[in-house]
Design a protein around this ligand. Structure first.
Ligand SMILES: CC(C)(COP(=O)(O)OP(=O)(O)OC[C@H]1O[C@@H](n2cnc3c(N)ncnc32)[C@H](O)[C@@H]1OP(=O)(O)O)[C@@H](O)C(=O)NCCC(=O)NCCS
Length: 217
């Protein structure tokens, strides 16, 4: 979200006129609703060594098509400072012998536990893995203090942000798993060109993400 106007757009950015962002939360682990099991087993591994390279690669591989661009300006030192913290955990999802997705969760003060990023790599989207990925991510978020971020206390609230720039199934998936909308805002957002990462995409996902007739460059 931003209040930068057209004149302040940086090179390669477009102003997406109306991006709706939802804050979603789950206040009780009992509210988590399981997803159907994927046809092929999906496993989840907690990353044991902080790696700016790995998190950055996953961010680009999963996020480019849904305009995850906020971290584009991050330097190596920024990524290092982000991942090298005991309160942040990165989980890698494997299926069919390859990386199917990942998630980043953070133990915050007061029992708040934020799902910063969760998503599938492109070949796995739309094949019945996404519900299970979010279910398993949310389960692990509720296990904060025991399974990861030990000693930080139990989770009392699991929360995340999603927007109309994310995959069109994202919000429905969160609702189906038991998340509720806690807040909603709509505002224009300047979005850098995600086609640069990891390499040029066949189309501009900023156009697909909403009513972009007024896309301003
Ligand atoms: C969001 C994402 C995880 C969903 O995965 P998916 O493979 O598209 O969806 P799945 O087929 O596994 O279905 C999961 C849920 O999505 C919803 N969904 C799936 N197909 C749908 C459709 N045609 N219409 C509406 N909702 C649909 C349902 O809620 C479904 O849950 P259910 O089976 O319990 O009903 C995946 O698209 C993704 O990772 N995208 C890229 C990154 C991203 O956008 N992450 C979210 C950031 S907040």
């Amino acid at each position: 979200m931003t209040d930068r106007g057209r004149s302040a757009l940086h090179e390669g950015e477009v102003l997406v006129p109306a991006v709706t962002e939802w804050t979603m939360e789950m206040l009780d682990a009992a509210d988590l609703r399981p997803a159907p099991l994927p046809r092929v087993e999906m496993t989840f591994t907690l990353s044991g060594l902080p790696s700016p390279e790995v998190n950055r690669a996953l961010y680009a591989a999963v996020g480019a098509r849904v305009c995850w661009t906020d971290r584009f300006p991050w330097t190596y030192a920024d990524w290092e400072a982000w991942v090298d913290r005991p309160e942040l955990s990165t989980w890698i999802a494997m299926a069919e012998g390859t990386i199917a997705g990942f998630f980043e969760i953070e133990a915050q003060p007061g029992g708040n536990t934020e799902i910063h990023l969760v998503g599938l790599t492109h070949p796995f989207v739309g094949r019945g893995y996404g519900g299970y990925l979010v279910e398993q991510c949310t389960r692990r978020a509720w296990q904060r203090g025991e399974l990861w971020a030990r000693g930080t206390g139990r989770a009392t609230r699991v929360w995340l942000r999603t927007s109309t720039l994310d995959h069109r199934h994202a919000i429905g998936n969160y609702r189906r798993r038991g998340f509720r909308v806690a807040a909603e805002t709509t505002a224009p957002k300047p979005v850098p060109d995600p086609r640069a990462a990891p390499w040029p995409l066949p189309h501009d996902p900023r156009v697909v993400a909403g009513d972009m007739e007024e896309l301003i460059t």
